[in-house]
Design a binder for this molecule. Structure first.
Ligand code: HEC
Length: 276
């Protein structure tokens, strides 16, 4: 769904939010090749799910692929002298390690398996993510319908939803499947990157996102997650919210609004988050 939102739809939301009273001013990360808005990853550094899958295969798991054909050194390893021999191409089968399977043997008895086996793992992985349905939020659990509804309304009125856009209308047409086309998307993210201050900064730059900039984390499914924030530093939602404030964070006004709520109102917001 996120892959299939037109740039103009995202830009219109940014314009509509421009005069928020919360001191929030996000920007977009862009793909260096065609200049369009990139969307995936903690800093919105990846243009597509396929690039995301390719990056994760190589950077997180060490599997080179058609999008990232070379292995990369770990921190502390020196690429000028070559990668350590025992890290190189362990299967001995050449680069890239994950490829399109041109030589897949015809077996007329199993047409389905045959077709599914031709794309590289990265392409198949991207398609798996693309076709995974969004999580379905509960309107009653936890805390009951009125607590969740109140939390949702406070989430907007105190300013959380200025970054965590609840609903984006709507996706483009899709050549993958009609169920991705012309749909409202409920990511609870504006897909923009925001300065989050010194407390969250990781000093990593990716594309135009600098050391303290992060994409508003999409909160759909957040009730099912057990670690929060880019480094998984907490499993406590209240701490994750508190950690938004810090020197230079665009979220400071919103977090002080949250701190001024009554305990019941704060619990309503937590129930809303956990219902997602
Ligand atoms: C200025 C934009 C902004 C505002 C305002 C904002 N957030 Fe966030 N939120 C972010 C960003 C960016 C992240 C990811 C930060 C990181 O991982 O370092 C995030 C992460 C989160 C997470 C963790 C999600 C995860 O999967 O790890 C939660 C929960 C959350 N926000 C809830 C809230 C609530 C509740 C409010 C209102 C009280 C709020 N946010 C206000 C930008 C914002």
């Amino acid at each position: 769904m996120v892959e299939n939102i037109d740039d103009s739809t995202l830009l219109a939301i940014q314009t509509a939010n421009a005069n928020n009273g919360f001191g929030i001013s996000g920007t977009f990360n862009h793909n260096g090749n065609d200049g369009t808005i990139s969307r995936f990853g903690w800093k919105a550094q990846n243009k597509s799910l396929e690039i995301f899958a390719g990056e994760a295969y190589n950077v997180e798991m060490g599997i080179s692929n058609e999008l990232f054909p070379q292995d990369r050194p770990l921190p502390g390893e020196d690429i000028t002298t070559g990668l350590p021999a025992n890290c190189l191409n362990l299967s001995g089968s050449g680069y890239p390690e994950d490829t399109t399977n041109f030589s897949f043997q015809n077996s007329s008895s199993d047409q389905f398996t045959e077709n599914a086996s031709i794309p590289s793992d990265v392409v198949a992985f991207a398609m798996f993510m693309r076709l995974t349905a969004p999580p379905i939020a509960s309107t009653t659990v936890p805390g009951g319908a009125s607590s969740i509804a109140s939390g949702k309304s406070l989430f907007s009125s105190i300013g959380c939803a200025t970054c965590h856009t609840v609903t984006i209308n709507s996706t483009q047409n899709s050549n993958f499947t009609s169920s991705l086309a012309n749909q409202p998307v409920n990511p609870l993210s504006d897909i923009e990157i925001h300065h989050m201050g010194t407390g969250l900064a990781d000093n990593v730059s990716q594309g135009s996102a600098g050391g303290d900039q992060f994409r508003s984390a999409p909160l759909w499914g957040v009730g099912q997650r057990i670690f929060f924030l880019h480094d998984g530093r907490t499993s406590n939602l209240l701490s994750a919210i508190g950690d938004h404030s810090g020197n230079g964070s665009e979220a400071n006004t919103v977090i002080s609004n949250f701190d001024s709520l009554s305990p019941t109102q704060q619990q309503n917001i937590l129930n809303y988050l956990r219902s997602l």
